[in-house]
Ligand binder design. Structure first.
Ligand code: CAA
Length: 282
């Protein structure tokens, strides 16, 4: 069981709030940082709802209220200063992430571990923004974090063994199963998942079947809990497009080219559930 003086999370969107929640469930004192007060309040509501649901089903070791007592929210990066382990889950944008890592590196104790929940950006490049690349690793959670069992661990070129073992221990203390993937575009999950989602958009574009039937085919034909187009709406079509672009650029193989229809949805602002409209209307 890993013990932490403070578990920091940067970014309170779906991923960040889920990571903060599961960190608090694991017994860590958690500080969740976001620049937006409104987003933090939304995150608090989502965490409360999720914890109540888990409590109702007897899936918590203590009351939802007791878990919430370990969760602090802040709009000041300074609020993370005493954390010895921080997971960054900000927007999937290189410049934003790079600046955050430079700022966190300057702020935190030199022994603190810095992880990124990036779904596709090179961990080696993120670590290169800091003066502690041996203490930087990838810690990739799956959406919805409170329910999904997997964490992908990624070593950058300089990630130290002790750091990586700590990341594994923290993930396991959070009740997750840890797998190790190479620092290569998309790591393991998105390298396989995103080309499948992309192919579902090509199928839709070619009128191979209706969206509902493409989803039904994969749900009933392959026992997927959600069809690939429903999953794209759930993850965010903008996120899917950005991962497909990284796979295409970094692996240099035309088979990864993003489907034009996926790009059109993003241009239209039809980003999925979060926008009220994606492949489906919510
Ligand atoms: N916290 C607590 N409970 C939750 C919850 C949450 N965050 N989200 C859903 N639930 C609950 C629901 O309230 C519901 O409870 P009841 O049965 O009491 O009503 C229960 O879980 C089941 O949910 P649903 O009925 O809505 O739907 P479902 O049975 O399909 O389960 C799911 C939902 C677990 C999300 C399931 O559909 C699933 O596993 N989908 C695939 C998700 C997936 O593939 N995620 C990975 C995406 S890729 C990624 O994350 C990486 C990346 O970088 C992009």
């Amino acid at each position: 069981m890993a013990k932490l003086a403070g578990f920091g999370v940067v970014g309170s969107g779906a991923m960040g709030s889920g990571i903060a929640q599961v960190g608090a469930q694991a017994g860590f004192p958690v500080t969740l940082f976001d620049i937006s007060e409104a987003q933090l309040e939304k995150a608090r509501g989502g965490i409360q709802k999720s914890l109540s649901k888990l409590e109702e089903k007897g899936m918590l070791k203590e009351s939802a209220g007791d878990v919430l007592k370990r969760l602090n929210l802040t709009t000041q990066l300074q609020g993370l200063k005493s954390c010895d382990f921080v997971v960054e889950a900000a927007t999937e944008n290189r410049e934003i992430k790079f600046k955050l890592f430079r700022d966190l590196d300057a702020l935190l104790d030199p022994k603190a571990i810095l992880c990124s929940n990036t779904s596709s950006i090179s961990i080696t490049e993120i670590a290169g923004q800091t003066k502690r690349p041996e203490l930087v690793a990838g810690m990739h959670f799956m959406n919805p974090v409170p329910l999904m069992k997997l964490v992908e661990g990624i070593r950058g070129l300089a990630t130290g063994d002790a750091c990586f073992q700590k990341v594994r221990a923290v993930a396991e203390t959070m009740g997750k199963t840890f797998i190790e993937a190479k620092d290569s575009a998309g790591f393991a999950v998105n390298r396989i998942l995103m080309p499948m989602i992309n192919e579902a958009f090509f199928a839709l574009q070619e009128n191979l079947a209706t969206a509902a039937d493409i989803d039904e085919a994969m749900k009933l034909g392959c026992n997927f809990p959600m069809g690939p187009l429903t999953l794209a709406d759930f993850v965010g079509i903008d996120v899917c497009l950005s991962v497909c672009e990284v796979l295409h650029r970094d692996l240099g193989d035309p088979k990864y080219r993003p489907c034009p229809l996926m790009r059109k949805y993003v241009e239209a602002g039809w980003l999925g559930r979060k926008a009220g409209r994606g492949v489906y209307v919510y």
